[in-house]
Each structure stands twice: as structure tokens, then as C-alpha cells.
Design a protein around this ligand. Structure first.
Ligand code: HEC
Length: 215
């Protein structure tokens, strides 16, 4: 190759080299973290601690970035740690009032900088789930919860035979990652989105035989 040819292909070689070297994962993560830090500002009740990843989120993000499902052992570890976060109802009663539960499931209010910390949050459940038949506006990221208790044979939520499903439902609402490491469902109890009384109302919406969900 003469000098002229070499000079002519140099820019092309440089371009090819640049193309074949995508930014490393660390570069992408740093750029993302910087972007989040620069664009998200503390305002009202929405403070910067929102940007701190907990262990479960970090583990699931790594799996997402790698494009492979989460390693079984890691998934188990996330689930076990999440299970430990669950606080069971202090008085042993799991169900409240389904009518209140419907209001909570409907409401997407809470946690933004225009919300008041003193006001109770909503559960935003319809955003991802069908729940009662009457509400025709719902998201489909999560499975339909219509007939939730009925389909699982809960005719009396206080009966011994209902215990397993009642407990699972509480746990799932409290911290969905306890049963599915990288669940996309918000950890409604663990993250303090709903309080114990509100959780009981939502439980009743799903499991009370008198709730429209089970009619
Ligand atoms: C951002 C979307 C999202 C929101 C909001 C959400 N969920 Fe979910 N939920 C999911 C997904 C996705 C699943 C299925 C995957 C899983 O089990 O983790 C699920 C699973 C469930 C299950 C388990 C269903 C089963 O058959 O085992 C229950 C119960 C449930 N959600 C109830 C609720 C309630 C009640 C609310 C409101 C307080 C709610 N979800 C809010 C996404 C969501």
C-alpha cells in the first residue's frame, strides 16, 4: 500500500474503530445516573432519596442490562430479603372495607411534588390491573384481578382454608418482590405507599365475597 492510499483509508479506519467500540456498560450507567441527578430536583415531598437504588432494584437492573434473566440464586436472595420486609397486620385482621378499597385502587394521587404529605396516597391499582367490572378504564401490565377471590375459592376469608391465599395476597401487596424477584409491581406496603388500614381495604376489595370484584 502506498502512502496515499493509507492516508485515504485512515479516516475510514478511525470511523470503523469508533463504531466497533460502543460505550461500556459502566459509561452508560454513569451517563444515566448523571442525567437523573441533573434533571431530577427535590421539590415538596419528592426528595432526592428517590434516586437511591436499593439492593433489589440494583440486582434487577443489572439483569435487565445484561439481557439475561436473573440468576436463580440471586432471584431467591432478593425474594428472601423482600419476604423479611413484610409486616403482617398488627391485630391479625387482614380485611377492611371493600368500598374504601375501591376508592384507594382508583386513586393515583400521592408522592409527587404537588401532593401533600398529610394526605393519604392512592394505590393506583387500575393503572395496571382490571379489578371490578364496573371500571372499564384500566391498564394491562398486570393480570386481571376481576373475580380474584372467587376464582381462588375464597367464600369465607376467615376460614382456615382461605389462610394461604389471604396471606399471599397481603404479602404480595406489601412487597411483590417477595414472590417474584423483579416484579414490576410497586412495593405498596414496603415503600409506605399505603398504610396498614388502606392495605386492609384493598384486601377486602379483592377477597370479600360481597365486593363487586367477586360478584
Ligand atoms: C405498575 C403496575 C402495577 C401496579 C400499579 C399494581 N400492580 Fe399488581 N401486579 C403488577 C404485575 C406486573 C403483576 C404480575 C407480576 C407479579 O406477580 O409480580 C402484579 C400482580 C399482582 C397480584 C398477584 C396476582 C396473582 O394472581 O398472583 C395482585 C394481587 C396485585 N398485583 C394487586 C395489586 C393491587 C391491589 C394494586 C394497587 C394497590 C396493584 N396490584 C398495583 C403490576 C402492578
Amino acid at each position: 500500500m502506498n502512502k496515499k492510499t493509507i492516508l485515504a483509508i485512515l479516516p475510514l479506519a478511525a470511523l470503523l474503530a469508533a463504531c466497533s467500540m460502543p460505550p461500556s456498560q459502566a459509561d452508560v450507567e454513569k451517563a444515566t445516573a448523571d442525567m437523573m441527578k441533573n434533571s431530577f430536583q427535590a421539590k415538596g415531598i419528592a426528595t432526592l432519596d428517590r434516586l437511591e437504588q436499593d439492593q433489589a432494584n440494583a440486582t434487577c437492573l443489572q439483569a435487565d442490562l445484561s439481557g439475561k434473566p436473573l440468576d436463580e440464586k440471586l432471584a431467591k436472595a432478593v425474594e428472601e430479603a423482600s419476604m423479611k420486609t413484610i409486616k403482617w397486620p398488627s391485630d391479625g385482621k387482614f380485611l377492611g372495607d371493600w368500598k374504601e378499597g375501591e376508592k384507594i385502587a382508583q386513586s393515583g394521587r400521592g408522592l409527587t411534588w404537588t401532593d401533600d404529605a398529610k394526605q393519604a396516597n392512592g394505590g393506583n391499582c387500575y393503572n395496571c390491573h382490571q379489578i371490578s367490572k364496573e371500571e372499564i378504564s384500566f391498564g394491562t401490565l398486570g393480570p386481571s384481578l376481576y373475580h380474584y377471590g372467587k376464582l381462588r375459592g375464597v367464600s369465607d376469608p376467615n376460614a382456615a382454608g382461605s389462610k394461604a391465599i389471604v396471606e399471599y395476597t397481603w404479602g404480595k401487596l406489601y412487597n411483590a418482590r417477595a414472590y417474584n424477584a423483579c416484579s414490576q409491581m410497586p412495593r405498596v406496603g414496603h415503600k409506605g405507599i399505603l398504610n396498614e388500614t388502606q392495605l386492609k381495604h384493598v384486601m377486602a376489595l379483592l377477597l370479600d365475597p360481597n365486593s363487586p370484584v367477586n360478584k
